[in-house]
Design a binder for this molecule. Structure first.
Ligand code: UDP
Ligand code: MG
Length: 136
């Protein structure tokens, strides 16, 4: 048995642009996630830089931040038992080419950068990321 957790999920611009947001939300619901908060927004590049600051030394950082701010995204708080890990499993590997069958990135991801979804990688980061987008 484990407790319910919350994690942050983002449907990235490549998926929103292809009108896949409702389909992807259905996948979360069908896998037992409750979408407790959601909003469709477009962020500034400076906000993307803050959100992805853990990656600031990576060669892909600039392109990643430009990309996340390039179009509308859907930001969601997902709730389920073991939500952080369950969401990472449902998303699949960062590179859609390496993602397992049945995962969101395998199904919809275009490339390692346009990989359709973001998900928090730990409970600690989930709290930080939820607070980043949903400060109540
Ligand atoms: N990314 C990229 N090139 C890389 C590695 C990562 O463009 O070589 C992008 C990709 O969109 C990924 C994001 O940077 O989703 C964050 O990278 P991370 O390693 O945290 O992967 P994730 O947690 O999203 O699976
Ligand atoms: Mg990550």
């Amino acid at each position: 048995m484990s407790d319910k957790e919350q994690t942050l999920s983002i449907i990235k611009p490549d998926a929103v642009e292809r009108n896949l947001d409702n389909e992807i939300k259905e996948i979360f619901k069908n896998n037992g996630f409750q979408i407790v908060k959601e909003k469709k927004i477009q962020i500034e590049k400076s906000e993307a830089e803050k959100f992805y600051n853990v990656h600031q030394t990576k060669p892909f950082y600039n392109d990643l931040c430009a990309y996340l701010s390039s179009g509308p995204i859907v930001v969601m708080v997902l709730e389920k038992e073991n939500a952080v890990l369950a969401n990472r499993e449902l998303m699949g590997a960062t590179n859609p080419n390496d993602a397992q069958e049945g995962t969101i990135r395998k199904k919809y991801g275009i490339s390692i950068d346009k990989n359709s979804v973001h998900g928090s990688d730990s409970l600690e980061n989930a709290k930080i990321e939820i607070n980043f987008f949903f400060k109540d």
